[in-house]
Design a protein around this ligand. Structure first.
Ligand code: ADP
Ligand code: ZN
Length: 580
């Protein structure tokens, strides 16, 4: 409600009122003031026409032939009135300056009215501006978004193709009595192209696209959200066919927390308005509502019931092939050097969303432009990759203590070594002790292969890899010198082991049960701690056994700051030869 525009508006109103108040109250003709003796002299000279007596400290009088009133001190003497009457001077009596009180009251009413009026005008303007959520041509440059603008996401495209056909030719479906969904939910991680897909549906069907975000409805006055929803649907109905897009639907459609019913009236009203509007239109119209969320499991069931958002389409992170497609889509019309290996980039970008891949290509072109390079080279992609994964490299590294560098080198060497031994399918595309501006001391970039399932052994290996940094610190510098650098590693290991027990039923002790469905349990915590402790010990033993390789990796890191996968492999192979 109080955005910048409003603040400007309200301060304009405020100043207008101040000026008006000044004009109406203070800028009346300033009355003349006589001394009491001058007043008596005027009476003697028979110049006074009328006197207004009051209880206040001043009295006013009018001179003959003049329009204005004159002030003088009020002697507050009963005899004055008789004196004046004797002199044929008209006398009026008033309670304290009744005329000015009326004027003041009128001014206040006037100011109030002005405030009300301006408020109304600006509110109208305000309402209009917040409804500027309407977007007839979804592309920034005015062109419609089409399916060809989406690289990959083939399953999702398939799942919505009939929707497009239906928006275009609703009769075709109603002839068969087929009911199309009124609402779709796109769910999946941020940046995977949910908004893009919704725009493309509108673009392909050639209908207007109306968008709002659930987060816009947070912290609004009761009733405002609901009325905005109604306005949105009204607009859509006016264009007959349309795509209505509600991003971040969870902001208004989250499950009610247990025992916390009716906690948020505004949100409930907004949600109810949405459900009412959706049940209000017939699905044969050619209006479709698309909602997007990162987490479908947190949504209120009311939203997911038949006749509401009853088709749920996952838009997930791109797999290797999709990443390749998205990369080549963004490579188009850019001077990419022929030596750039797109397969290698696609391989290194597990867990990247479409938006991140776009960003990677863009950052790389910025690095190339800065260097005034004739083309975008692999090194520019490497720089971009580092920036996206870790933040930009810290340029001034002169104040980093040698001891800290050593700790980082051993910590990262530990991660890299254990990955190479236990998870040979993973690639460790980079190990570095170059700190980033985000406060990371260094990292070992561990890229898992794209796959559907992980085995129990692999989950345990992932935990051991996470612990290998701390294990290396303890082995080399002693148990009292372990550092805070392992905090993310511990968090990661804990979350893996928790799923291992509670979701995947991999713990012998707890058995095949989804304990996540029960409320928190200290027994589970105990079980997690035991498994983690055991895996830490295994990781430590492995590092100790291979400590000569660990030394080699750490020393190379101290010398060169960064290692590529081939260099790492070479060190490990030669290290193994020595032991063999
Ligand atoms: P979401 O709504 O899932 O958070 P967006 O649709 O807003 O994601 O995606 C952000 C941007 O990322 C898009 O505008 C587009 O530029 C890019 N992008 C994401 N996925 C893809 C894709 N599959 N193909 C092409 N561009 C994509
Ligand atoms: Zn670590």
């Amino acid at each position: 409600m109080f955005n910048k525009n409003n603040i400007i508006k309200y301060s304009i109103i405020f100043w207008i009122i101040i000026v008006l108040a000044y004009i109406t109250i203070f800028n009346r003709d300033e009355p003349e003031t006589y001394t009491y003796n001058q007043f008596l002299e005027q009476i003697r000279n028979n110049n006074v026409e009328k006197v207004v007596l009051s209880e206040s400290s001043k009295l006013t009088f009018k001179l003959k032939g003049k329009d204005t009133m004159v002030f003088t001190d009020n002697p507050r003497k009963e005899s004055l009135k008789e004196e004046l009457l004797k002199n044929n001077i008209a006398v009026e009596e008033s309670t304290f300056s009744s005329s000015s009180a009326i004027q003041t009251a009128l001014s206040l009413i006037f100011i109030g009215a002005m405030f009300f009026y301006f408020n109304k005008i600006t509110n109208k303007g305000h309402e209009k501006s917040t409804m500027a959520v309407v977007n007839q041509s979804p592309h920034a440059d005015g062109a419609l978004v089409r399916f060809t603008d989406i690289a990959g996401n083939d399953e999702a495209k398939d799942s919505v193709s009939d929707i497009i056909d239906f928006i275009k030719f609703p009769e075709k479906y109603s002839k068969y009595g087929a009911k199309m969904p009124k609402g779709l939910i796109f769910y999946g991680p941020p940046g995977t192209g949910k908004t893009l897909m919704a725009k493309a549906i509108a673009g392909e069907a050639g209908v207007p696209f109306y968008a709002v975000s659930g987060s816009d409805f947070v912290q609004m006055y009761v009733g405002v959200g609901a009325s905005r929803i109604r306005d949105l649907f009204k607009k859509a109905r006016e264009s007959e066919k349309a795509v209505i897009f509600i991003d971040e639907i969870d902001a208004i459609g989250k499950k009610r927390a247990l025992g916390n019913s009716g906690a948020n009236d505004e949100r409930d009203q907004t949600l109810n308005a949405l459900l009412t509007e959706m049940s209000g239109f017939s699905s044969s119209n050619g209006i479709i509502v698309i909602a997007a969320t990162n987490r479908i499991d947190t949504l209120d069931e009311a939203l997911l019931r038949p006749g509401r958002f009853d088709r749920h389409i996952e838009i997930g992170l791109p797999d290797f092939n999709a990443r390749k497609t998205i990369l080549s889509y963004y490579f188009k019309e850019k001077p990419i050097a022929p030596t750039v290996d797109i397969l290698n980039i696609a391989k290194q970008t597990v867990y990247f969303s479409g938006a991140m891949l776009e960003n990677l290509v863009n950052e790389a072109s910025i690095f190339a432009a800065k260097a005034e390079s004739e083309a975008i080279h692999t090194e520019h992609f490497d720089q971009a990759y580092y920036t996206i994964v870790a933040g930009s490299e810290k340029k001034d590294r002169s104040n980093i203590k040698e001891k800290d560098r050593q700790i980082t080198a051993y910590h990262e060497a530990g991660h890299a070594l254990v990955t190479k031994i236990l998870l040979p399918e993973n690639s460790v595309s980079k190990v570095t002790i170059i700190p980033s501006t985000k406060g990371i001391g260094g990292f070992s970039l561990n890229i898992p292969p794209d796959k559907m399932y992980y085995t129990k052994k692999e989950l345990e290996a992932q935990i051991m890899v996470s612990f290998a940094g701390r294990a290396a610190e303890e082995l080399i510098f002693g148990p009292d010198s372990i550092t805070t650098g392992a905090s993310n590693d511990i968090e990661k290991a804990t979350s893996i082991v928790k799923d291992y027990i509670t979701k995947y039923g991999m713990s012998q002790k707890t058995g095949l049960i989804n304990t996540a469905l029960f409320s928190s349990d200290t027994d589970i915590m105990q079980e997690c701690a035991e498994i983690l402790d055991m895996l830490y010990k295994e990781s430590f033993a492995l590092i100790k056994e291979k400590s000569h390789v660990l030394d080699k990796i750490a020393n190379t890191l101290l010398r060169k700051e960064s290692l590529e996968e081939e260099e790492l492999d070479a060190i490990i192979i030669s290290g193994n030869k020595i032991t063999a």
